[in-house]
Design a protein around this ligand. Structure first.
Ligand code: NDP
Ligand code: 2IT
Length: 450
């Protein structure tokens, strides 16, 4: 990077940090994007003149609200609910809801910011948003989850709508929670519309939406590998997480002939040298989605290694798919992966690699697909769910999967277009950031100073 751009970056980040104190994840996400975009903006002065960077880093609206609910003992509980409406230049706000005790304003702002670029990359007309609550679903009964979801939606409903803001799932929010929230929205507003995505198949949901993020991440990794005449066939895959994204990343890796060997949760990881096959995956799905147990139970059932309080990045692999949470893969992990021969990292999670880890991947020239490109399949199929809701016509599994695949291939092409460096190396970080930026920035300029 030239020294003048470096200076501009430091100056810009100093203002972001001063204006958004304590929001370290938001600073991290903005830094990564602005570092990629500044040289492009220097060559295209209209974005500078219109102060697009200053505007795009400021949410259009933030809603913060109290969520009171009664637990099974009849005791009053209070959580904090959020919705960040980040950018609506190219469509209604769109993005998931996260229920996790660590949720705070900075984390949701980073997620909403990433979502703006990710949604733009899908080529579908969706703006960016994110929301959630500092509610911990672990150990709660179905009744408590329902009470919480109903209270959360009682406030959120006045801010969202099928043409305004369309939430979906994220960590701690899956089909069960979307169902309870959709029911409450419908009851209060007396309308059956596509206000949420990730709905059940019998009531407005899209086939392939549960699979979409994990499948899409593998499709994206496959595209990256094709640039080096490589494929998943026979490769060893290390995966973190064991929730929605991780489960379907395992399923698609298997379908392409690879051997997934790890899964994790916040307590530790399992390593299965024989590979997590279809039957073992069904066990994990039942364990996680129905019994809501810990991944450790897998190790007990199949007699494999379980490592408590650790992440799987030290296990030898060709491909790593981080599918749990932000900053779960640091510089030491990155070094270890590369040393062990890993040459593909595709992020199913949002910002799972620290800035230092990303630097190592780029320095070593491996195939590194950042979350906003690699995991865009989830929100892309959410966009297709919105289309089906508007048409009031559902599409077949094959049709949705085909469209998902095409979208991931196109995102890869966009990354190549804007990320190819002089020596031929494709910097997917740069490609995704610039590729996602242009459409949103041009729409903002066309719509005037709003
Ligand atoms: P789930 O809630 O289904 O699963 C999350 C998994 O990650 C669980 O195994 C969970 O373990 C683990 N995890 C969560 N927080 C932590 C933590 N702080 N430390 C260690 N492990 C943790 O969520 P999803 O699978 O939907 O989401 C996973 C990631 O993918 C997130 O980064 C999300 O933002 C991203 N994503 C999700 C999309 C979607 O469509 N669902 C779309 C695009 C990205 P435990 O059960 O112990 O908490
Ligand atoms: O991070 C994400 O892209 C999601 N959690 C999915 C958002 C969506 O609207 O489907």
């Amino acid at each position: 990077m030239s020294s003048s751009v470096d200076h501009l970056l430091k100056e810009f980040m100093a203002k972001i940090v001063a204006k958004n104190p304590g929001e370290s994840e938001f600073h991290q996400a903005v830094h990564e994007v602005v570092e990629s975009i500044l040289p492009y903006i220097e060559e295209h002065p209209k974005y500078k003149k219109e102060r697009i960077l200053e505007r795009i880093t400021e949410p259009e609206r933030i809603i913060i609200f109290r969520v009171p609910w009664l637990n099974d003992k009849g005791e009053a509980q209070v959580n904090r609910g959020f919705r960040i409406e980040m950018n609506s230049a190219i469509g209604p706000y769109k993005g998931g809801l996260r229920f996790h005790p660590t949720v705070n304003l900075g984390i949701l702002k980073f997620l909403a910011f990433e979502q703006v670029f990710k949604n733009s990359l899908t080529t579908l007309p969706m703006g960016g948003g994110k929301g959630g609550a500092d509610f911990d679903p672990k150990g709660k009964s179905d009744n408590e989850i329902m009470k919480f979801c109903q209270s959360f939606m009682t406030e959120l409903q006045r801010h969202i709508g099928q043409d305004t803001d369309v939430p979906a799932g994220d960590i701690g929010v899956g089909g069960r929670e979307i169902g309870f929230m959709f029911g409450q929205y419908k009851r209060i507003r007396n309308e059956f519309t596509g206000v949420l995505t990730g709905k059940g198949i019998g009531w407005g949901g899209s086939l392939i939406r549960p699979e979409a993020t994990g499948y899409g991440t593998v499709y994206f990794a496959e595209e990256m590998m094709k640039t080096r005449d490589e494929s998943f066939e026979g490769k060893t895959v290390v995966i973190s997480g064991s929730g929605n994204v991780a489960q379907f990343a395992v399923e698609k890796s298997l379908a392409l002939g690879a051997k997934p060997v790890t899964l994790s949760d916040s307590s530790g990881y399992i390593y299965d040298p024989d590979g997590i096959d279809e039957e073992k995956l069904q066990f994990v799905m039942d364990l996680k989605n129905n019994r809501r147990g810990r991944i450790k139970v897998y190790a007990e059932k199949y007699g494999v290694k379980y490592v408590e309080d650790a992440r799987p990045w030290g296990e030898k692999c060709d491909i790593a798919l981080p599918c749990a949470t932000q900053n779960e893969l640091d510089a030491d992990d990155a070094r270890q992966l590369v040393e062990n021969g890993c040459f593909v990292v595709a992020e199913g999670a949002n910002m799972p690699s620290t800035a230092e880890a990303v630097e190592i991947f780029l320095e070593k020239g491996i195939l590194y697909g950042p979350g906003k490109a690699a995991n865009a399949g989830g929100v892309a199929v959410s966009g297709l769910e919105m289309t089906q809701n508007s048409m009031r016509l559902p599409w077949s599994r094959e049709e949705v999967d085909q469209r998902l695949k095409e979208i991931m291939v196109n995102i890869h092409k966009t990354c190549e277009k804007y990320g190819e460096e002089d020596n031929g190396f494709i910097n997917y970080v740069k490609g995704a950031n610039i590729g996602g930026f242009i459409k949103v920035a041009d729409a903002m300029i066309a719509q005037g100073l709003v």
